[in-house]
Design a binder for this molecule. Sequence first.
Ligand code: AMP
Ligand code: GLY
Length: 423
Amino acid sequence: MKILLLGSGGREHAFAWKISKSSQVEKLFIAPGNAGTESVGVNLAIAENDFEGLKQFALAEKIDMVVVGPEKPLVEGVVDFFSNDEELRHIPVIGPDKQGAMLEGSKQFSKNFMMKHGIPTARYLSVDATNLQEGLAFLRELKAPYVLKADGLAAGKGVLILSEIEEAEKELREMLQGKFGDASSTVVIEEYLSGIECSVFVMTDGKNYKILPVAKDYKRIGEKDTGLNTGGMGAVSPVPFADEVFMQKVEERIIKPTINGLQKDNINYKGFIFIGLMNVEGDPFVIEYNARMGDPETEAVMLRIKSDLVDLLKGVAVGNLNEKILEIDSRSAVTIVLASGGYPESFEKGKEIFGLNMEQENTVIFHAGTKKEGEKILTNGGRVLAISSLGKTKNDARLASLAMAEKISFDKKYYRTDIGLDV
Ligand code: AMP
Ligand code: GLY
């Protein structure tokens, strides 16, 4: 098979690494990829959302399957683009169509979906210019802290958690007036849920599903989850509190009603569903849906999937996922992100990275933001590398990733040392 993977981050390197291990793959292309994906496939100078460019390439190269990493092409309708085009229709694209991607692309849509299908989530109200007074009244009904979410995609910055009611009222007005552009012309006000989070990943062909290894990501820049929010500074899988009893509740109360809800609503969903969950005293509540895998969770999750990923993806495309086997490694995986000093605020790019070809058993160095210049590999983003290790215990995995994190060097390298310690 010839596979075309879209995206350029650590998640895509992890996907590419896993896909390239499949005996069914003849050729793997990544649009646009990074310096890491180049070691397992062929990078293309085509942007992930350049649909016409992707079409020309897919036809010329006779691509058999497209796998979508990030949300952007999904929300912009890459699946619909392929299925509406006579020449492309035969190529399966792994990911939901535009409507399915609204589970991530619109908070209001996803909250309405959860309410309609009885899926546990925080109490909420959708507010726009027409019902501001109702929104302010709802805020006053809630207890602090106050959660305000821009309805649309806001580059991960659209959620505000505020401790004072005055501040929340002020922010609500500012969001509606365009603080996050169009994305916040509608705002979802939510009740605050107190608990510990985890990420559940489901692969579905629209009716059958497989639950992938559960992970937890570490969103803040500083040790012990302090400081600014980032795209994610590390991940651990499995998550000890997501035990059999908890996962049973997740499957019955959340996963099954989600898949059934998609079918009832006639939403064409063949791909990954990322369910961000809050464990509130042993009960799962949905914080958010994403229409894709998580980053950096994927870098930990892929290490724990023993089965051929391409075979599973074929099951998604064909609709016989129930006939496929998903075998999971019982060991733990810990991913530590090496970031550019200054991230998530301003940072410099273009620093040479040393030590990338060191081998260490059970450790994989996934590239997140890198680029190749001649023989050199340079930093090219805030999150530069995602070092992932398997270990017999969580701590073994953490220590292995840390050992590699110490050995690799670039100017102003920064990473957290406490990934996985809190669970
Ligand atoms: P979201 O983009 O919806 O995932 O929100 C970003 C982050 O804000 C989540 O990962 C949570 O840490 C936090 N958050 C969102 N909604 C709530 C809520 N209702 N209660 C508590 N924390 C929340
Ligand atoms: N790790 C969180 C995300 O991918 O959105």
